[in-house]
Ligand binder design. Structure first.
Ligand code: PA5
Length: 419
């Protein structure tokens, strides 16, 4: 299998700094590999077999087949870490022979919910509510609404159309026990944004027809790589070191840029991972996504000529997996210069042109080359970024696993709602 590679443009950045930095902070990598005592309750994702071993995958796959046999629409209820990883892969790799996947519990819009309920009419529905802390308002409330919808439509058979993913002993667990819902485990020792490789992310992916064994295999091979690559060559450490070095030089914002819209929801997963893990104690690099070429026509101006505080990490897929030839046209639209060219190639040319222009405009640019867009490499990407985020947070001297700051608005909201 070809490897994911990370390369840095050296015009604005001395690459030796990365090697020096990784040597100087080698102990951080050793600590991450050694499963630090202080983060024991958050490191369940580090050893993939703990929650995505053979038995777990088989149970998920068996249940997913059952769901596929009864349902033509599957509603994934969850917010933040509870739905982002699954949505990232499901939207990137849609499968023909799978139920339609809809999302709920990720906003509080009555309009959205009404439209969603209406769209379920006449379809065979199955729902999966995912919540680690079953106090989060969005998934909790939407689960109630959808549960009641199923009860009205299916009566006593509604329970057979509900799976919940929660922590053992939680009120969601109790609800499942009391009502006969299928229960999946949200591991105590995994936080939402690190939950791609357990029941949380894998069950919806399997229902959507994705090959979760390949995804887990990809993650395992990335893990093996990260465990063996020495600090000075370690891809996750290079990435973590690079972004920490740049933030020391006052770069405040990292843009994950891509010319493949299939990365749209992956970039949301990545944004959450780094924003919640690092944005604390007055520190952190603000993560944003650049969905190009569309966003070049909006934020592109700022990136090129605005305040110099951005660095950019480009995602590039090397395999040509699709093609569209531009045909001859008799009408005068002045696009004849593209005749005979492949849209795939045109997109690549736009990618390189943007990379070079941004670099020239003073944006430090790096490129993550992904050999192919499939389950295996999504597994690799999940593990690579989670590992790098843990390392990066450590280098920044923040706790990469908590998110106390998100409680503030909740306190106000719960008070106003009379909780
Ligand atoms: O990463 C995290 O821990 C959070 O983003 C959570 O996933 C998110 O807030 C949803 O939490 P819960 O699953 O408890 O509803």
């Amino acid at each position: 299998m070809k490897k994911i590679e990370l390369s840095f443009a050296d015009q604005l950045f001395n690459l030796n700094e990365i090697v020096d930095f990784t040597q100087k902070h080698k102990s951080s990598l050793d600590e991450v590999l050694g499963k630090e005592e202080i983060y024991q309750d958050s490191l369940g994702w580090l050893d993939i077999d703990e929650w995505a071993g053979e038995a777990a995958l088989k149970r998920i796959q068996d249940k997913a087949k059952e769901v596929q046999n009864v349902a033509n629409v599957f509603v994934l209820i969850g917010v933040g870490g509870s739905n982002q990883a699954a949505r990232a892969v499901i939207s990137a790799l849609p499968q023909e022979k799978a139920p339609e996947i809809l999302y709920a519990g990720n906003n509080l819009s009555a309009d959205y919910m009404n439209k969603l309920l209406k769209s379920l009419d006449g379809k065979s529905v199955y729902i999966n509510a995912i919540a680690k802390n079953f106090e989060t308002l969005e998934p909790g409330l939407c689960f109630r609404v959808l549960r009641q919808y199923l009860e009205k439509r299916y009566g006593s058979e509604a329970a057979g159309r509900i799976a919940v993913t929660g922590t053992k002993g939680s009120s969601l667990y109790q609800l499942a026990l009391d009502n006969g819902y299928t229960f999946f485990t949200f591991p105590e020792n995994i936080g939402g944004r690190y939950s791609a490789l357990c029941d949380v992310g894998l069950f919806p992916m399997a229902v959507a027809g994705l090959d979760i064994s390949q995804l887990v295999q990809g993650a395992k091979e990335m893990r093996a790589r990260l465990l063996t690559e020495p600090a000075e060559e370690n891809i996750a450490f290079h990435y973590a070191a690079y972004r920490n070095l740049l933030q020391l030089k006052d770069y405040r914002l990292e843009m994950l840029s891509f010319f493949e819209p299939r990365f749209q929801y992956f970039s949301k997963w990545w944004t959450q991972l780094f924003a919640e893990s690092e944005g604390k104690d007055g520190k952190g690099v603000y993560p944003v996504a650049g969905n190009f070429s569309e966003d070049l026509h909006s934020i592109g101006q700022f990136v090129q000529e605005g305040r110099r505080m951005i660095f950019e990490t480009f995602l590039d897929v090397s395999e040509k997996d699709t093609s569209l030839l531009i045909e001859r046209d008799d009408k005068k639209d002045y696009f004849d210069y593209l005749e005979g060219k492949d849209l795939w190639t045109i997109n690549k040319i736009a990618f390189q042109a943007t990379f070079d222009a941004h670099l020239k405009g003073g944006i430090p640019c790096s490129k993550l080359t992904i050999p192919k867009l499939d389950e295996y490499y999504f597994g690799q990407l999940f593990y690579l970024f989670m590992f790098a985020c843990y390392l990066s947070g450590k280098l920044l001297e923040v706790n990469p696993f908590d998110q106390g700051g998100v409680e503030n608005y909740k306190k106000n909201m719960f008070q106003a709602l009379g909780k």
